[in-house]
Design a binder for this molecule. Structure first.
Ligand code: ADP
Length: 240
């Protein structure tokens, strides 16, 4: 059955196990509406990254169903994965930048790979850099930028193809609180412009002050509510 048109992501009794391992997710049921901004929290090892990887079709459900943008990912053929991923922007904790390339080249890369025309690449790359406030740094090398700026380059690269969905895995994990807040505000601005955003994060203090839904993941299952103080404590001590 296809999901209602307003759901961009829908997990239905989903389970996942890595090859040779045990279930890291089981009985996962939840959906994200088009245009929503959602944080995923939970102890280290709870399966937050795995959840994002499943949505990005970097791994496939073991059981149950995952439908993203109307596409049942269990039925998605390997040859259609690149086209599917064009609608998703991925942001990583460690920025994943090419350090011997300029800021411009890093952000332009997804467009170059997809064969966009030269003039389009310039226009779209500068629009993405403008959106993260880094237009004046396009000729810089990433290592001359602060951590927060480097992450904004990562975000510009994720949005340059105008994805419908942004998935960010611990995007502020390597940033100090001030830069982390700035990066989170950046995601909020994209969300206000209509993009659906899903962020896996440990930064409980940061997100509790922000108005969006928090999905808590523990023991491989979702509880669709704000985390308790006790579980946060476990999280800070790296409990598994
Ligand atoms: P989180 O992002 O919440 O820290 P992960 O999704 O990274 O959690 O990991 C969930 C569980 O899956 C952990 O127990 C982890 O050890 C295991 N896991 C993660 N990646 C792999 C892998 N490539 N192979 C086997 N097990 C993995």
């Amino acid at each position: 059955m296809s999901p209602p048109a307003s759901d961009i992501v829908r997990f239905d009794q989903l389970a996942y196990r890595y090859p040779g391992g045990q279930d890291v997710l089981s009985g996962v049921n939840f959906s994200i509406a088009q245009g929503e901004m959602v944080y995923v929290t939970g102890p280290s090892g709870a399966g937050k990254s795995t959840l994002l990887r499943l949505i990005a079709a970097l791994c496939r459900p073991t059981r149950g169903q995952l439908v993203v943008m109307g596409q049942n990912l269990s039925a998605l053929k390997n040859r259609h994965i690149p086209a599917y991923r064009q609608h998703i922007g991925l942001v990583f904790q460690n920025f994943n930048l090419l350090y011997d390339r300029t800021v411009f080249d890093n952000v332009a890369l997804p467009l170059v790979i997809r064969g966009y025309a030269y003039a389009d690449i310039g226009r779209r790359t500068r629009a993405a850099l403008d959106a993260v406030g880094l237009l004046n740094r396009e000729k810089s090398l990433p290592l001359t930028l602060s951590g927060g700026e480097q992450q904004r380059v990562g975000i510009a690269r994720a949005i340059v193809t105008k994805p419908a969905l942004i998935l960010a895995d611990e995007p502020t994990g390597n940033l100090d609180p001030e830069m982390a807040l700035e990066v989170m505000r950046g995601f909020q601005r994209f969300n206000e412009a209509g993009v659906t955003v899903m962020i896996a994060t440990h930064a409980i203090d940061l997100i509790e002050a922000l108005p969006h839904r928090i999905i808590h993941l523990e023991h491989g299952q979702i509880t669709d509510k704000r985390p308790t103080a006790a579980s946060q404590l476990g999280d800070r001590h790296g409990a598994r």
